[in-house]
Write a protein that binds this ligand. Structure first.
Ligand code: VAH
Length: 318
C-alpha cells in the first residue's frame, strides 16, 4: 500500500483509520473521502480530502486517478439498526457503493479492503465458536448486504484478479467517533454514560453475548491483512476476527471496578435485541491467526482501563 483512497473516512472506523494510515504511510498518501464535510475535523485537515458520494462511480474513479491510488479501503456503509429502519437505502448504499468501489479497483488495478461483519451470520449459524466457513443465512438487511459483499469480493478476485481482502469485524469499541446506528453500540455508549451519569440503561438484554474488539486492534488488523503475503491467504475476504466476547452485565462489572457506584438497568429495544439474537455468541478466528498472523492486544479488562482513561480526558471529567 502506497497511495490509499478511503471512503467513509468520517465514520466510526474511518475517523481513526485515516490518521493511523497517515502515520504509517505519510499524510499525503492517504486520500480521505466522505459524503459530508465537518469543519475543523482532524481527518479532513490532516491530509488530502475529497467530498464523495460512493454512489457516484464516475467521481470515485476520477479521485482514484487524480491521486494515482494503488489501494482502496471501502468503509462507507449503513450499520445494522439503521439498515433495518431503511432497508432499501441500505441495499442501495451498501451494495451500490461496494460495486462502484470494486469497479474502480478493477479499472485502476488497486488492492482492495472492505469490512464484513459478524452480522453476516444468522440464527441457523452455529452460535458458539462460529467457524470461518459455515452456514450464512442472515435475517437482517445489513447481514444480507454483508454476505453479498463477501461473495462479490470473492468474485472480483476470481474473475478479474483484483486483490480483494477483508475481515468480519465484531462490534468495534472506540472513544473517537461515535458509531451510528449499530447493534453493538451499547458497548460504546456505556462508557460515556458511566462517566457522565454514573449509570446506563442497556437496550441489549443481560445474557446476550456478542464478539467485540477495541479499535486499536481493528486498525492494526486492517494494515496487517493488507500487508500480508497473498500466497498465504486461503480465505482472502471475510476473515473471522475477534478479541473478546461478553454480555452486558460483564462489561458493567468491569466498569464497576473503576466506578464503584456505577449502576446498570435494562430497557430492551426489540429491534436491536432481535438483531443481536441472530448473531453468534463467539466466533472462531483461527484462520486469521494462522493465515496472516492476526492478534489482539486488548481484552475487556485492559480495554476498559484504557477507554475510561481516554474518555475522562476527552470529556474533561476528573
Ligand atoms: C453493528 N457494529 O452493530 C456493527 C457491526 C458487529 C456488528 O457490524 O451494526
Amino acid at each position: 500500500m502506497k497511495k490509499i483512497l478511503v471512503t467513509g473516512c468520517l465514520g466510526q472506523i474511518g475517523s481513526e483509520l485515516v490518521p493511523h494510515l497517515r502515520k504509517i504511510y505519510g499524510a499525503d498518501n492517504i486520500v480521505g473521502t466522505d459524503i459530508r464535510k465537518v469543519e475543523g475535523s482532524k481527518v479532513i485537515e490532516g491530509g488530502p480530502f475529497e467530498i464523495l458520494d460512493v454512489l457516484d462511480a464516475k467521481k470515485m474513479g476520477e479521485i482514484a486517478k487524480k491521486y494515482k491510488c494503488d489501494t482502496i479501503v471501502h468503509m462507507a456503509a449503513l450499520l445494522s439498526a439503521v439498515a433495518e429502519a431503511k432497508p432499501a437505502l441500505a441495499w442501495e448504499l451498501n451494495m451500490g457503493g461496494l460495486f462502484n468501489a470494486l469497479e474502480v479497483a478493477r479499472e485502476n488495478k488497486c488492492s482492495f479492503f472492505t469490512p464484513s461483519s459478524i452480522g453476516a451470520f444468522g440464527s441457523t449459524t452455529p452460535k458458539a465458536k462460529t467457524p470461518q466457513d459455515t452456514i450464512q443465512r442472515p435475517e437482517t438487511m445489513y447481514g444480507v448486504t454483508k454476505v453479498s459483499g463477501e461473495l462479490l469480493c470473492d468474485y472480483y478476485h476470481k474473475k478479474f484478479g483484483v486483490d480483494t481482502r477483508g475481515v468480519r469485524f465484531p462490534g468495534l469499541i472506540s472513544y473517537v467517533a461515535p458509531p451510528g446506528g449499530g447493534t453493538t453500540d451499547y458497548a460504546v455508549d456505556i462508557y460515556y454514560k458511566a462517566l457522565q451519569e454514573g449509570k446506563y440503561n442497556s437496550y441489549i438484554a443481560e445474557g446476550t453475548y456478542m464478539d467485540m474488539m477495541y479499535m486499536p486492534d481493528a486498525l492494526n488488523a486492517v494494515v496487517k491483512l493488507m500487508e500480508s503475503n497473498p500466497e498465504k491467504l486461503i480465505h482472502r475476504n471475510a476473515f473471522n476476527i475477534t478479541a473478546m466476547s461478553f454480555e452486558p452485565s460483564q462489561i458493567a462489572a468491569e466498569i464497576k471496578k473503576h466506578i464503584s457506584s456505577f449502576e446498570m438497568t435494562y430497557e430492551v429495544d426489540p429491534v436491536r435485541q432481535g438483531i443481536a439474537n441472530t448473531w453468534p455468541d463467539s466466533i472462531d478466528d483461527t484462520c486469521a491467526r494462522e493465515e496472516w498472523g492476526f492478534e489482539n492486544k486488548y481484552n475487556l479488562e485492559n480495554m476498559t482501563t484504557d477507554i475510561l482513561d481516554k474518555l475522562r480526558k476527552k470529556l474533561d471529567i476528573k
